[in-house]
Design a protein around this ligand. Structure first.
Ligand SMILES: [Cu+2]
Length: 136
């Protein structure tokens, strides 16, 4: 009984495979978009607040979290948790510019956000790395 059903199952599954792959590819982008409009920006979701202010990890060539909300004057400390990669963050905007220089593995880079606004933190080495910081 299994042999005749196999081709049908394959035929049924074949068209869903590309869309499933597509969906998983789009998931980070969708999650980021959702985070930008709701949760992450509103609450600063996964950012850890400690003695050095907010802590954002650089791990797997990505910022974790990818966005956060802080108050004016708050410190965001960027930690290079990629044990074998250099990072090099910078911010270029009219209100505020910043350049970390090379960030060795394990290094911690504090940034004090003194101006309100929304700032994009980029990595000069990995163009896909983006961190959005909204300063209220
Ligand atoms: Cu990088």
């Amino acid at each position: 009984m299994r042999a005749p059903t196999l081709p049908r199952r394959l035929a049924k599954h074949r068209p869903t495979m590309p869309s499933r792959a597509l969906r998983s590819l789009n998931r980070p982008a969708l999650a980021l978009a959702a985070g930008l409009t709701t949760g992450a920006l509103a609450t600063g979701a996964l950012a850890v607040v400690g003695p050095e202010g907010y802590v954002v990890s650089q791990k797997g060539r990505a910022f974790q979290p990818g966005s956060l909300v802080v108050g004016r004057g708050d410190t965001v400390t960027i930690v290079n948790d990629d044990s074998d990669l250099l990072h090099h963050i910078y911010i270029e905007s009219e209100a505020f510019s910043f350049d970390s220089g090379d960030q060795a593995p394990g290094s911690r880079t504090p940034i004090v956000f003194r101006k309100s606004g929304t700032f994009l933190v980029l990595c000069g080495i990995h163009p896909k790395m983006k961190l959005l910081v909204r300063v209220n």
